[in-house]
Write a protein of this length. Structure first.
Lengths: 73, 484
């Protein structure tokens, strides 16, 4: 369990085992809570950012909006 | 789950920041309490970094596009189209000078909203350049929202005028303590506090004592340089007895003796008497906790002198409390006494120990160290406590007794003369006899000269004690032999 949660967290954060090695000594419940919350937070930020991009691009005038849309989406 | 001790203040601040970032209740992170502030901080920053890395290449390209736009137009678009989130991401890709020129055109409310969406490392150079009034107004909005963590994230990046403007505008001193507690780079606290006038600093620190914010106030004291730490600790020490009693309770309950001891080590010693004699201190559990923390945090050298101004009955409690922590702590306390030349305090405390405790101390490895004994015996002689020392020596292992005897024979046996005076006064002849018997006979010449200068009554008393311990036959040739 802890190994899975740890690997999931490391993968999600794009880090290696050494950088967050201290997590090996953290109990399973805490590790699972962190892993889940970090994933949730990053997903939420991704979603919010996607929505913000959609709204932002739509609010930009004319050609600038078109260019921004092409870059961001 | 077993109850865990509260972690140190920096770990607490980091746990709160991580909990806020992950939107988790603090109790779900108790498993990180022992991980240390630096590790938790690394985890938090890694999560933030991941968040800011998402689609970063695209924002970098968008930023290149925005370079074609006039700054005034970009500022308008930031508000009307991009919004705080996209603006926060864009600003992270921008040249700081250009970002500053745009940011200074934005209203404080927008900056406050954007503060939550920017990579702190990227915007520090921008924040430092922003007008003090703009920073102040944005900060007041975040204060209104009680977003102390965001405020703390940028506090150390502010310019001196901005810091003065914010401090002048924030009337609630407790708010400033909260911000300081969550500050990202606490090494900057000294610089910041020196920008604030003394009266206000004193008011801020007093807020800690009056509004149950001891941890926040202690965190400030613990993170400033030594000189400032002394000044701030003095402000705290000037509080009345009831308030300081409250501090003792909080320090005990919240594992805060480390910052308290570090603060006391730097405060004016005139306050020590007041603090160490507080009613709440006279508790064996409290003092045991304090001693353990001092041992764990390497603060015994700072803690030991605090026993000097204690009332005798308090000293008695601290002696028992310290020794109840076991031989390892006792050995460390003895070394602390030696390192900071506080043997007189250690001897004061030794006076209150019982037989079992004295036996334990006398058999510690340090009790056989000749350099240590030189210092200890010299202090005992200087302070008229050689009688107590004899009791200590009598309980030692042979190696310690030999070292003590050798020390007493140095300097033409002057010290041995004093020790025999003490033996006469306390009836401690046996300790002297046993200690001398552990020395090679060839090295007892000096002892013989001193012995033969003693009165007949004293020689008889010494002999009787030596015979009683079965060492007279061994000592007699060296002590009774004809002078050279």
């Amino acid at each position: 369990m802890s190994q899975n949660a740890m690997q999931a967290l490391q993968q999600r954060l794009g880090t290696n085992a050494d950088e967050l090695a201290f997590l090996e000594f953290v109990d399973d419940d805490t590790l699972a809570a962190i892993s889940e919350a970090a994933g949730r937070e990053l997903d939420a930020r991704h979603d919010v950012l996607t929505a913000a991009i959609t709204d932002g691009v739509a609010a930009l005038p004319g050609m600038l909006g078109g260019l921004a849309r092409r870059i961001l989406t | 789950m077993t109850e865990q001790a509260l972690p140190d203040l920096e770990t607490r601040a980091e746990l709160a920041k991580l909990a806020a970032l992950l939107d988790l209740p603090g109790d779900q992170l108790t498993g990180l309490r022992g991980s240390g502030a630096a590790n938790i901080r690394r985890l938090r920053r890694r999560i933030l970094q991941s968040a800011f890395e998402g689609r970063r290449d695209r924002f970098a390209r968008l930023e290149r596009l925005t370079r074609l736009l006039p700054k005034a137009m970009l500022a308008r678009l930031a508000e009307s189209a991009f919004g705080p989130l996209l603006s926060g991401r864009l600003v992270g890709e921008m040249n700081p000078i250009r970002a500053f020129k745009i940011a200074k055109r934005l209203p404080p409310g927008f900056l406050a909203d954007t503060a939550m969406h920017v990579d702190p490392d990227k915007v520090r150079p921008i924040i430092r350049r922003l007008p003090a009034e703009l920073i102040r107004d944005a900060a007041l909005i975040l204060v209104e929202r009680k977003d102390y963590i965001t405020l703390g994230r940028f506090a150390d990046a502010l310019s001196a005028p901005a810091i003065r403007a914010v401090v002048a505008a924030v009337d609630d001193d407790a708010v400033l303590l909260h911000i300081a507690f969550y500050m990202e780079e606490k090494a900057q606290l000294s610089r910041i506090l020196r920008m604030i006038d003394n009266d206000r600093v004193a008011r801020i620190m007093r807020a800690g004592t009056e509004q149950d914010l001891w941890p926040e106030a202690l965190s400030v004291i613990d993170n400033v340089d030594a000189d400032l730490r002394g000044r701030l600790a003095n402000i705290m020490a000037e509080q009345d007895e009831a308030t300081l009693n409250g501090l003792v309770g909080v320090a005990h309950a919240q594992n805060l003796w480390g910052p308290v001891l570090r603060g006391m080590a730097r405060m004016n010693p005139k306050y020590h008497r007041k603090i160490v004699n507080l009613p709440a201190v006279r508790d064996e559990t409290v003092l045991g906790d304090l001693v353990n923390t001092a041992y764990r945090d390497g603060l015994l050298e700072a803690a030991l002198p605090l026993a000097r101004p204690m009332r005798r009955e308090w000293q008695r409690v601290v002696a028992h409390a310290a020794l109840a922590q076991g031989p390892e702590v006792a050995e460390a306390a003895m070394w602390a006494a030696h390192n900071v030349d506080q043997w007189d305090v250690a001897i004061d405390l030794f006076e209150y120990t019982d037989d079992g405790e004295r036996d334990m101390i006398a058999r510690l490895p340090i009790a056989a160290n000749k350099h240590v004994l030189e210092s200890l015996i010299a202090t005992a002689a200087r302070t008229g406590r050689l009688g107590l020392l004899l009791d200590f020596v009598e309980r030692m292992e042979t190696a310690g007794q030999r070292s003590a005897a050798e020390v007493s024979l140095a300097n033409d046996g002057d010290l041995l003369e004093s020790i025999l005076d003490a033996a006469r006064a306390t009836g401690g002849w046996a300790a002297v006899a046993v200690a001398l018997s552990s020395v090679e006979a060839d090295n007892l010449g000096q002892a013989g000269e001193v012995y033969r200068r003693q009165s007949a009554d004293d020689q008889a008393a010494f002999q009787a004690a030596a015979r009683d311990r079965g060492v007279w036959d061994q000592l007699a040739p060296a002590l009774e032999g004809a002078p050279a």
